[in-house]
Design a protein around this ligand. Structure first.
Ligand SMILES: [Zn+2]
Length: 418
């Protein structure tokens, strides 16, 4: 992606001159903070002793250095949410920036052409795991809020660097349950989730469900199957039913203009033991990864799937069990929400072009903030949409600075008029 003419990768980014409404951001500091965060390998791996802590500590230190109130809360042992509260003049609303401090694994370092935690800058690109997803977004939101603070505003800005987005989103769940009402008793007018979306203003996000379907049979010798009950034929019928369900949902919901189709994808099939071909297994398990679009009713979909599992199992005299591992509904934030309008106007103001309206193919912490706290969320941030979780992850330095300026201009639009 090429940098719009307004932005500069130069650390000596000067005052904004003619750009009324865009507070001057500290470009050098935002890039340096991104680098420092990328160099902390905060990998969200199963059983890891240390995940977000070093990045959370750094973020808290920067926020305290600005004189902000900083609230640190452990959402699990050693897994902190850090929320900075920037207080303006009385009378304005509360707006929120959100990011996460964990990253996914770098995978095999041999797949990378550089050190995955280098945090260096080569040819205008800041490189490393988490550079796009989303330490640049975290750095940009912090320095955007600082710029708005220095320029003066009414209201309050919450700057939330949360834990475990790449896992079960424990940080966002904790924030919605325990911190939102405590830190903003008057409510939060809108949330900008600073994930890498290549400059698109993403008002919609797909929903996701992770399900397990267990079909319980009776173990028996393969020579005497009449003494057992084999769950596998029922699983076969169930999988055929899932294909039919996907076809029905495709016919009903078609192609969402920003999100595409509904997917019902079996991803795991577990039963029996390849070394024990003469044993009828007692249990077969199917895992489903379901991706939905606005309009799909998750509760209804669950009952459809549960009923099918019971029917096909029942036809073989078996019992089916449906386990909901995770249920994240689709997000559909109206374009009329002030936070969306402010972000679009800010993007135009900073870049000189209209922002594309986009959709998030996966889920973000914004999904949880909307689901659990009813907040209006919109996703926008530096970095390419598709580079997240890949080897050789990078973010254009110019995009970090541009996003920081857009964040600041958007917040100012929401906060200064008050
Ligand atoms: Zn992310």
């Amino acid at each position: 992606m090429t940098a719009p003419p307004h932005t500069s990768s130069s650390p000596e980014h000067g005052p904004d001159g003619g750009d009324a409404g865009v507070p001057d951001v500290d470009a050098e500091a935002v890039v340096a903070l991104t680098q420092a965060l990328v160099r902390l390998p905060t990998v969200n791996a199963e059983g890891a002793a240390v995940v977000e802590q070093p990045a959370a500590d750094l973020v808290a230190e920067v926020m305290r250095g600005f004189g902000w109130q900083v609230h640190v809360a452990e959402v699990a042992p050693g897994r902190p949410n850090v929320v900075g509260v920037v207080q303006g003049r009385p009378g304005g609303p509360t707006v929120m920036f959100e990011g996460h401090t964990d990253v996914v694994t770098a995978g095999d370092p041999a797949l990378w052409s550089f050190d995955p935690f280098a945090g260096d800058i080569v040819d205008g690109r800041l490189r490393g795991r988490g550079s796009a997803d989303m330490k640049s977004g975290v750095a940009a939101m912090i320095h955007a809020a600082r710029a708005v603070e220095l320029a003066g505003f009414a209201g309050r800005i919450l700057v939330a660097a949360l834990a475990d987005e790449e896992g079960m989103m424990l940080g966002a769940k904790y924030f919605a349950a325990h911190q939102a009402a405590a830190l903003a008793p008057e409510g939060i007018a809108g949330v900008i989730v600073c994930e890498p979306e290549a400059g698109e203003v993403c008002t919609v996000a797909k929903g996701a469900m992770r399900l397990l379907v267990h079909v319980h049979g009776v173990m028996a010798h393969g020579a005497m199957p009449q003494h057992g009950r084999n769950p596998l034929p029922a699983v076969g019928a169930f999988l055929v039913g899932m294909s039919a369900l996907q076809d029905r949902l495709t016919a009903e919901f078609g192609d969402h203009p920003l999100l595409g189709r509904v997917f019902v994808t079996p991803t795991v099939l577990a039963a029996g033991d390849p070394a024990q071909i003469n044993v009828i297994p007692a249990l077969a398990t199917v895992a489903l990864d379901i991706r939905t679009v606005p309009g799909v009713d998750h509760a209804e979909l669950l009952s459809t799937i549960g009923a099918l599992a019971e029917r096909v199992a029942g036809e073989s005299g078996l019992r089916a069990e449906l386990v909901v591992v995770d249920d994240r509904p689709p997000v559909d934030t109206p374009e009329s929400e002030p936070v969306v309008a402010a972000l679009r106007a800010a993007h135009r103001e900073v870049t000189g072009v209209e922002a594309a309206i986009g959709g998030v193919p996966g889920t973000t912490d914004g999904t949880i903030l909307t689901r659990d706290a009813g907040l209006a969320t919109v996703v926008y941030g530096p970095g390419g949409k598709w580079i997240a979780h890949q080897a050789d992850e990078f973010v254009e330095v110019a995009e970090i600075v541009q996003a920081c300026r857009v964040f600041a201009a958007a917040a100012r639009r929401l906060l200064v008029a008050a």
